[in-house]
Every structure is written in C-alpha cells, then in structure tokens.
Design a protein around this ligand. Structure first.
Ligand code: SAH
Length: 213
C-alpha cells in the first residue's frame, strides 16, 4: 500500500472535519494531515481510513478516532523535544502523530501480538519512537520518568497513581476515566504533591485492562 495524492486529499478533508469539531492547534492539524492513517488500518478497512471514526485492529482493539487523537494531543500542549509516555500503543497511529510533532515517544502495549506488529511497522514507514515497551500501562515506565506528558488511549477505571508520580512538575496527564463512557480528564502537576484536575468531554474507549501476562 502506498501513500498517494488521493490519500493526501482525503487527509486534507479529514483535517477540515476535525477543525470544524473544535481542534485549533495548527501543529496538531498539520500532524493529522501528515500521518498516512490508511497504512495503520487492517486490510478491509483502508478505504474508511479518512472517516473520522474508530475502527477495529488486531486483538479486539481499535485505532482511535482522529478527532479523539487530535483532542488528546492538543490537551498535552506539546513542544518539539518534549518526552511523552503513551499508554496503549495499539496500531501506532497516536504514536506517529506525536512523532510528527517532534516528540520523544515512549509507548506501552499489553497485547503481545499488537506490540510485535507495531514495533516492526512504525520504523518501516519512517516513525522512530524512543522506546516501545511490552508491559502494563498501570505501572508506567519508571526508568524513563519523569515525562512532560502522559497520554492514556484506553478507558481507565481510575487514575493510576504511578502515572501521576511520573509527571514532571508542569507536566500534563490526559486520561479518559470511566467504565462504559469515559470523561476525558486532564491532570496538571503544579507541585511535588499538587495536581490540578479538569474534567472535559465524554468519550468511548476500549478498556485499560489489568496485566494478564
Ligand atoms: N493509541 C492507539 C489506541 C489503541 S486502543 C492507536 O492509536 O491505535 C487502546 C490500546 O490500549 C489497545 O491496543 C490495548 O491493547 C491497550 N491496553 C489496554 N490495557 C493496557 C494496559 N494496561 N497497558 C498497556 N496497554 C493497554
């Protein structure tokens, strides 16, 4: 599968759609217009890649909706060179969007099959993450902490304490919290022991699961 002018045209349309839904960060929109989402989809779904929808990938997981990816990314308020931890690598699409923004990305995935597939795939299309880890997102990645930003791309029943502890002061954690429907929640670390908490829109993610391996 290639990336063609036609795909670029479809991406420009997609960017208009998500801008109309309220995404304003120019760099985020630019990243969405750059990442060839069709290459991240399972065969059979490529034709739908530039619809603003989530789709199934391997292991009963999903590639997040582009609007949701843009929304979470915008909330992180990133600058090139920052270090971000992603929980739930999945297809690697969100990872690629972060890399487009000049971010050093650490990402954790708990499904072995997906982890292996995405670890091979991302460098093949030119995206180099700082570190892709097979492990449990609930415990984060202590050895590379603290992070400027942490993004959780699965619905969490509660905010894992380890993730709050792995934020820099001034750092931001974006996490959807809830069971069937989640509230996008932004934590900003304002001091060693102080966090600001903002509850934002409602979303629907696949669940953040406890370790099974
Ligand atoms: N960011 C992904 C979204 C994938 S869906 C993308 O852009 O495609 C959420 C992912 O979180 C799934 O791949 C799922 O396997 C993973 N996941 C669920 N629980 C997890 C956990 N405890 N630790 C790490 N990853 C987890």
């Amino acid at each position: 599968m290639k990336d063609t002018h036609k795909h670029q045209g479809l991406r420009n349309q997609l960017v208009k759609v998500i801008a109309a839904k309220g995404i304003t960060d120019k760099n985020v929109l630019k990243a969405i217009s750059a990442v060839p989402r069709h290459l991240f989809m399972d065969s059979g779904f490529e034709d739908f890649a530039y619809q603003d929808k989530a789709f199934p990938i391997a292991a009963e997981q999903t590639i997040s909706q582009p609007y949701t990816v843009a929304y979470q990314t915008e909330l992180l308020q990133l600058k090139p060179g920052m270090e971000v931890l992603e929980i739930g690598t999945g297809s690697g699409y969100q990872t690629a969007v972060l890399i487009e923004l000049g971010i050093k990305v650490y990402s954790i995935e708990r499904q072995k099959e997906l982890f292996k597939k995405t670890k091979l795939f991302l460098p093949k299309i030119g995206y180099k993450a700082k570190k892709l880890v097979f492990g449990d997102g609930y415990i984060g990645l202590k050895e590379n902490a603290p992070f400027d930003g942490i993004i959780v791309t699965a619905g969490a029943p509660f905010v894992p304490k380890a993730l709050l502890a792995q934020l820099k002061i001034g750092g931001r954690l974006v996490i959807p919290i809830g069971d069937d429907i989640q509230t996008m929640t932004l934590y900003i670390r304002t001091g060693e022991k102080d966090f600001e908490k903002h509850e934002l829109g409602k979303f629907r993610f696949v669940p953040l699961l406890k370790e099974k391996n």
